[in-house]
Write a protein that binds this ligand. Structure first.
Ligand code: S3P
Length: 182
């Protein structure tokens, strides 16, 4: 099967980009890059620290810069942070440089998964503290509503099901194959 040389994964925080990404890369014999980890390694701070010390805008500038830097290489699966494609120029760039896949998950499942993981995600904080319960659900619903318009512009929209990771990986592989046959 011939696949595009760069595959970008987008989707809301907690939708499985960093879990599915390495497995998809494995199946294809590609390298995997997590854009947030790439930024953290270059800057020497965690995403959380960058938000706290330099603010969201500074993080978004780093994100745009690193998206371009990692995209020089071929045969890669790149997991983007959940906010990356909400900047039009990043969305256009990723779509031009490879195939963009939106890993879609229901707000309810996202909330369940993010309940324990909000601490490391500054977009899910309020007054410096991670949201939980109803407040978290409301934040997820409103952010997702704002962002869907960007996510849905991906070349492939794939619903991530509750089943095992491997079955979702297979669904991505099948979607790539179907795309190729178009
Ligand atoms: C963000 C998502 C995070 C990270 C940062 C901002 C967002 O990545 O880039 O905290 O705006 O949705 P994940 O989607 O991998 O959690």
């Amino acid at each position: 099967m011939t696949v595009p040389t760069r595959i970008y994964l987008t989707g809301f925080m907690g939708s499985g980009k960093s879990t599915l990404g390495p497995r998809i890369a494995d199946r294809l014999g590609y390298d995997f890059v997590d854009l947030d980890r790439h930024i953290e390694q270059a800057v020497g701070d965690t995403v959380q620290e960058i938000f706290a010390n330099q603010g969201e805008e500074a993080f978004r500038r780093l994100e745009a810069e690193h998206l371009r830097a990692v995209s020089h290489a071929d045969r890669m699966v790149i997991a983007l942070g959940g906010g990356a494609v909400t900047r039009e120029d990043n969305l256009r760039f990723a779509k031009k440089q490879g195939r963009l896949i939106y890993l879609r998950m229901t707000p309810r499942r996202l909330a369940d998964r993010l309940e324990k993981r909000a601490a490391s995600r500054p977009m899910l904080h309020e007054k410096g503290r991670p949201l939980s319960g109803d407040a978290l659900r409301k934040r997820i619903a409103s952010l997702l509503a704002e962002r869907e318009v960007f996510y849905e512009q991906a070349h492939i929209v794939m619903d991530v099901g509750p089943g095992p990771v491997d079955s979702n990986v297979s669904k991505v592989m099948e979607a790539l194959e179907r795309e190729r046959g178009k």
